[in-house]
Design a protein around this ligand. Sequence first.
Ligand code: BGP
Length: 468
Amino acid sequence: MSAPPFPPGFLWGGATAANQIEGGYAAGGKGLSVQDVLPHGLAGPRTAAPTPDNLKLEAIDFYHRYAQDIALFAEMGFRVFRLSIAWSRIFPQGDEAEPNEEGLAFYDRVLDELERHGIEPLVTISHYETPLHLAEAYGGWANRELIGLYERYARVLFERYGSRVRYWLTFNEINSLFHAPFMSGGIIAPPERLTEGLLYQAMHHELVASACATRLARELAPGAQIGCMVLAMPTYPLTPAPPDVLAASAAEHANLVYGDVQVRGAYPGYFLRTLREKGVELEITDEDREALAHTVDFVSFSYYMSACESASPDRAPGAGNIMGGIPNPTLPASEWGWQIDPVGLRLVLNQFWERWGKPLFVVENGLGARDELVEVDGVRTVRDDYRIAYLNDHLVQVGEAIADGVEVLGYTSWGCVDLVSASTAQLSKRYGFVYVDRNDDGSGTFERYRKKSFDWYAEVIRTGGANL
Ligand code: BGP
């Protein structure tokens, strides 16, 4: 057998987001974020104030247990850990003049702990965590003022952590805005104003804000590498009929436009045509155009599934997570209907590399499943062979893409410790190598247990992928 294709400096690790792990929703001066009023995830509705059934309020208590979790990641040999900074810990309302020192100090401690274990941080600046006040008082990202407020927040982060964090992501899954306007963009608008035009304008504001942060990083944190982050979902034509191929290509364009702007610095022609046809006129200032020219250093993405598209007017309704899409009849699916397609990951890596020529980072991938805690020789564990199989098959395809010549910086498996699911807001949809004793009804001890996949992943990292 030939040597595994993963380069020696490959960044193996795991990924999380503040609202899904931290808890401590009101601790240390933290303000509310949109997540604190979303007890049911994507299914909605949002509540007027935090309610006890919202598992994110305590999540898995990483806020108090981060040292224990990071030690477990170190035990697996992680070289990188993806975390997000909760915007409302730093600016509780989002629009204060000065940041909250207690919030900043918390991330100092987390970074200290990572440093102690030689784990590189990968920081998402905004992961579905818009401060609630910015949603309620400003209407979220539909309001141009958020660009300046985000820039102020990013400035504080670069000044405080710029010398110790090399890899930054500006917005998690920036292309989810149309599919989850409130969770993704804090957008609140009366139904008659919640139009496509408004969402395109919000998208533009996020793209400008992302570019402004990149420009700022060049000045304040010259060693920093700034990445965009998109939800990648390759879309295949449902049949080989050219209209279906065209429909699939249009669905892909709707996602690729974000990377096109963040990598190339301007809106592509196909997108301008879409706007014209929809009668949408974006407000784009000269300053916006200048800002957009500040493009990213690398492209990161989440990958869970692929989907199909068809030109047929009676196309089946969407299934799956945020993006929907027609299920692929040739593929198996997870319990939540997410189509399992390891080869799609190789395809997407090649597509992004050929399109943008920037180093790529797989910053989310994994299998959500219901795990059963069992006792083996007096030790509590989960026999999650299904998860091992999923991750193994996907990592094999990452290896294939590297062998194809694609530059891949690293791989962070999603939810390396069990966390609250974004779409269901429950804990029973688990992704981790580490089981957390917490249940959907809020019961549990918060104890951590190593699953079978824990030892498997440690071995993947130790051998540089030779055991795949
Ligand atoms: C992505 C999000 C994550 C995450 C993941 C898994 O869309 O960036 O926050 O949760 O999907 O989704 P879920 O938790 O819904 O299973």
